[in-house]
Structure formats: C-alpha cells, structure tokens
Design a protein. Structure first.
Length: 618
C-alpha cells in the first residue's frame, strides 16, 4: 500500500507560489491583484487569497499541542466540551428557581443569574438554588458590584452548609467595576480595593472565578475584533497586576479571572480571536511566574453579539447567532450564551429561548463539535489569521500598557474614544451599504410590517442620570438607524408606492430595477416591478394608474440620454422621479430638472430620509 501511495503522489508536481500567482494574473485579465483579491481586514492587516505550506512553516502556532502552554489549541486534551449556558434575569427568586430547574431538564448545564443588589441575602440564595445540584451545574452570578463580596460570602456559606465538594463547584461572580467605568463613565474606582478580599473568600474553590473582564460589552458596542481582544488583554492584566500588587499569589490571582467575550459574525476571524486570546493571555500570566502553567489557561464565556441583531426579518438573527456559536465552539471556549432571535425587541419568549438552547445542542448532538479539539489547527488560513490577529492585538495591548495600563486609559477616555469612533464608522458604512445587514439594508423583506414590535432601548449607557465622571461608550445596534426609518414610514400611515419604469436594454433594466427595489424597500416602501415598457409614456401612465408616489426609470446609461428627460417631462411632477444609476449624462439630466438618482455610491440612509421629507413623511 505504501508503494501505491508513493506512486500516486509522485504523479503530480506541486505548483509553486509563483505559478499560482502567474495563473491568477492571467485570470484577472489585467485587473489589480491587490485590489481584487487581497482582503484588507478591519483589524489592520492584509490577508492573501491563498496560502501554502511554506507560509505556515514560519509560524509557531502549529507546533502547539492541545491542553499545553500557550494553550492556543485549547485548554483540553481529549475533548472540546463546553457549557451550554442560559442567563436568567431574576426579579423573583422562586420564579427564577422554577425556570432554572426547567431549563436544566432541556439541555442547559450552566446558569447565569442576574439580580439587583437589594436582593442579596442568604434567604434569597437558598430560594434561588433550591433543588439545584450545584456540583453538576455551572453557576454564574451578577449583581451590584458593591454587594458582590457579600454575595461571595453567602455562597461560600451555602456551599459549605450543603457539604459540597469544593473541587466540583464551577462558576463565577461577575465582579467587574471597570466595566462601569468604560461603558458608563461612572467613577467606581473605590470598589476596586475589594478585589483581594473577594479572591480570598473564594480561594478554596479552585473552579469558581470572581473577577470578570466583560470585554463582550465592547463587541456589543461595535468594536472591531482586534479592539475587543487587545483591550480585553489589557483589562485582564490590570486586574491581575492589582491583585498581585495587593499581595495575592499570582497563581491564585490568575485562576480567579474570567473573560466574558462577544462573538461577531466574522466567522474565521472569531475562531482566530479565541485561539489568539488564549495564547496571548498565557504569555501575560507567565510573566507573573505562577506556580504552574495551569494558571495560564484563559477561561472564556462567549456570548453572541447583540450589535448585529435586527427587529425586521428577525429570523435572520438565527443565522447570525448560529454561525457565531459555531465559531466559538470550534475555537474551544469554556461556555456559550446564545442570544434569542427576538432579544432586540422583546423579552425573549419560551419559544425563542428554546431555539437558542437547541442551537448549541445541535452542534453537540448532531454535528459533534464537542468531540474534536481545535479542528481548525493546521489550516493555513486559520493559522495565519491567528498569528496576524495576535500581532496587532499585542501592539494595542502594549500601547495601553505604555499609557499606564487599562485603568489609566479608560479614565483618560482613550478606549471609549476608540470604540465610539469605530461604532460611528460602522453606522456610516451601513448607511452606505459598505457593511451589509441582511434583511435590513440589503435584501429587506418588501412586505414585512413591524406588527407592534419596537426596538428595546440599548443598555450600554443606561442607569443613573447623574453626570458621568469619565467618558462613556455610546452605541446602538447597527440596524437601528434603518429600523427607525422604516418605523417612521409605517407609523405615518402612508406607505409610498415606488414603480419601476423598466425600458430598453433587458439586462440593464432588470439589474437596475432589482437594485432600486432593494434600495427603496429599506424604508418600507411598496415596490412594483415590471417586465418592461415600449415607451416612457406607456410606463408613466401605468405608474400613475398604480397610484405610484415614485417612478424609477430603469435602463442603461447610454439610453438614459434618450429616455430620461421625456419621461420626466411627461410625468410632470405628478410623482417623484428617480433615475437608477449614475450615467455619464447626469449633469445634462440635472440641468433638465432631474434631481434624484440612486446608485451604489449613494448614502442609502440619508437618501431615504431625504425622500421621506419630500413625500411629507416625518
């Protein structure tokens, strides 16, 4: 058999990289290679269209082994298990307990309880955890930062009262005062002094973490992946350094820190992010000289992002969260939370929560993602992506350290300014359709109505009305601007009718009718497409008969010189007139009084706002 294999392999000569490039240049027919095929990532580095074995040989990541320092290939050696987590907002302990017991029967093995500081008491915890086998379930708690230490002591007392094995208690307390500084600008620096005491309280529970890095909030605010990763590392290092400076032994300090990261829609980049995150965090912790490499393992809870979720065509959110969940699972995270598809506009229903749970269970039970450790290892593309992302994230981390560390940076507003700038850029890109939101600014559902759905207000900067001490991160979901536009049209009680006057060259008129239909449907306009007309007069008459508020002339650039002015004059202001495209004769058409054009360089959002104003919709 070995001879047969050798013969088969020797039949072929592997082409060199130059031979590939030569072939590509031929196929490009003179087009610029870098502009057509090289991907300039938002993270600030280029990715080539193909990679070969020699590209990977220069990298260090393929030499790593699962479960071994620097843990780029995961914290485990023999499986890729992760916790299926569901978060529960607690208003009544008994009701939350009943819900927790119910979801534990449906595939969940990790619970996240969020409640106000006023609820913290021994009685509350006992009611909340009644009937829950704490050695078999991961337990996570989030409450007021000032009450977290008290909660830690109550939990320790509860676990000891029940006689639980401390080695088997897995979970966390979401104590992260710096989250309030960076997201809300609140001065809670006084609370930071509590960190050593919380760690000391829970030191006998090796798998229970109590210092959180909530960098997922940056993800939900629109941060690019390199920003989330670089700032998360600086964030974690700030806590680690403070703990060590306060006298906490480095091994204990590192093992008490948990990272809560987001998952964006950038599938391969997210896989690389989690791999790079583990590798870089391991290197950071190593510098503190812990007693064992096990302290260098990064514990990550990953949550699907809320930034790209939509109110309209909300079932598309299932596609987004599924690919996001897949990337995190393949990357080997500790636990995953899937946001229900309706979370953008309502308190998730039992149905949407069930679907969210099942999205993870499908990956385990049917796709067997939990069986293979780091299946992306060795992929030329993923290994290169991991290394490139690690390089730029490390530079950002070093920049923050040179500024005095993460706490100093967020007090100065450096981090907030950076994230706010990215969010603003992404909203602008979405308005121009440089960044697509399927079902919202690209291929919207033409006939969908909100049916009473209203976007929930963002929680990024909510809370006290008091003036913040520091800068805050201000963000809305990427789709919010388009949703507000569409809801404005719907609430006006007048749905504009846009009629496609298609004429001339078949290919051009169809392409431009499709483009214009998608363009105008982003505002919820009713679109009427057509097969084509013999004359512009015939088309205008049909449009007026259909009750059109807008007539869109769809033809080729060459033919606009013939059709546009006669159509505009025949319409005679009985409806808004739009030319689909940016023809060479545009200036001549403008001189004739035509002022509306839709094309790929338009700012879709601003153009549609302008059309709303012209149509009397406010």
């Amino acid at each position: 058999m070995s001879n047969i294999k050798e013969k088969l392999f020797t039949e072929f000569t592997a082409p060199t990289a130059q031979e590939w490039l030569d072939k590509i240049q031929v196929d490009l027919k003179g087009a610029d290679f870098n502009k057509k095929l090289v991907w300039r990532t938002n993270e600030g580095f280029n990715m080539q269209p193909f990679y070969r074995r020699e590209d990977v040989l220069k990298l260090k990541t393929p030499d790593a082994l699962p479960g071994e320092f620097p843990f780029v290939r995961g914290n485990k050696k023999d499986n890729n298990e992760w916790y299926v987590r569901q978060d529960i907002k607690v208003t009544d302990a008994k009701e939350a307990n009943a819900k927790a017991l119910d979801v534990l029967k449906k595939g969940v093995d990790s619970l996240g309880f969020k409640f106000g500081g006023d609820s913290v008491s021994a009685e509350f915890v006992e009611t909340l955890l009644e009937g829950i086998e704490c050695e078999s379930v991961e337990l996570n708690f989030s409450t007021c930062q000032r009450r977290s230490l008290e909660l830690a002591k109550i939990l320790v007392a509860y676990f000891e009262k029940k006689g639980y094995d401390k080695e088997k208690i897995v979970g966390s307390i979401d104590w992260d005062p710096m989250h309030r500084i960076v997201m809300r600008g609140k001065d809670v620096t006084a609370v930071l002094a509590v960190a050593p005491e919380i760690v000391e309280t829970l030191k006998d529970f090796p798998k229970f973490r109590c210092v959180a890095v909530n960098a997922g909030a940056l993800n939900n605010a629109g941060a690019y992946i390199v920003q989330e990763l670089g700032y998360a590392l600086a964030w974690g290092n700030e806590y680690l350094n403070q703990l060590v400076e306060a006298g906490v032994e480095p091994t204990l300090a590192a093992r008490k820190i948990k990272f809560n990261l987001g998952i964006s829609e950038n599938y391969f980049m997210e896989i690389a992010k989690f791999r790079a995150a583990r590798m870089l965090w391991a290197e950071i912790v190593k510098q503190y000289e812990p007693k064992c490499d096990c302290a260098c393992k990064m514990c990550v809870n990953a949550t699907t992002t809320s930034y790209n979720m939509t109110v309209f065509d909300s079932y598309v959110n299932l596609l987004r969260t599924q690919t996001e969940t897949m990337s995190a699972a393949l990357a080997g995270v500790h636990s995953i939370v899937v946001n229900p598809f309706d979370a953008a506009y309502e308190t998730p229903t039992d149905f949407s929560e069930r679907i969210a749970r099942n999205q993870q269970l499908l990956l385990k039970e049917e796709s067997h993602f939990d069986k293979v450790v780091d299946p992306s290892a060795g992929s030329y593309f993923i290994e290169e992506l991991t290394t490139s992302l690690a390089d730029v994230a490390w530079k950002l981390f070093l920049k923050i350290e040179e500024e005095g560390g993460f706490l100093a940076a967020i007090k100065a507003g450096t981090v907030q300014d950076d994230i706010n700038a990215t969010n603003e850029k992404r909203h602008k890109d979405a308005a121009q359709r440089k960044e697509f939101i399927l079902g919202t600014n690209q291929f919207p559902n033409f006939t969908e109505l909100s049916e009473g759905k209203q976007p929930l207000t963002c929680g990024c900067c909510c809370g006290s009305d008091a003036e913040p001490t520091f800068k805050a991160i201000k963000s809305t979901r990427l789709a919010a601007d388009f949703e507000n536009l569409r809801l404005t049209v719907e609430k006006s009680g007048k749905t504009p009718v846009a009629f496609m006057l298609t004429i001339g060259n078949l290919a051009w008129r169809q392409a431009r009718a499709q483009f214009s239909s998608n363009f105008l449907a982003c505002a919820g306009y009713k679109v009427i497409d057509n097969l084509g007309f013999d004359t512009v007069e015939q088309g205008v008459d049909a449009a007026l008969k259909a009750g059109a508020d807008i007539v869109v002339l769809c033809s080729s650039d060459d033919e606009y010189a013939t059709y546009a002015v006669p159509a505009f004059q025949y319409l005679d202001n009985r409806a808004m007139f739009i030319v689909a495209g940016a023809p060479a004769c545009m200036e001549d058409l403008k001189a004739a009084g035509i002022e509306n054009f839709v094309h790929v360089k338009c700012n879709v959002l601003e153009t549609l706002k302008e059309y709303n104003e012209k149509l009397g919709i406010k």
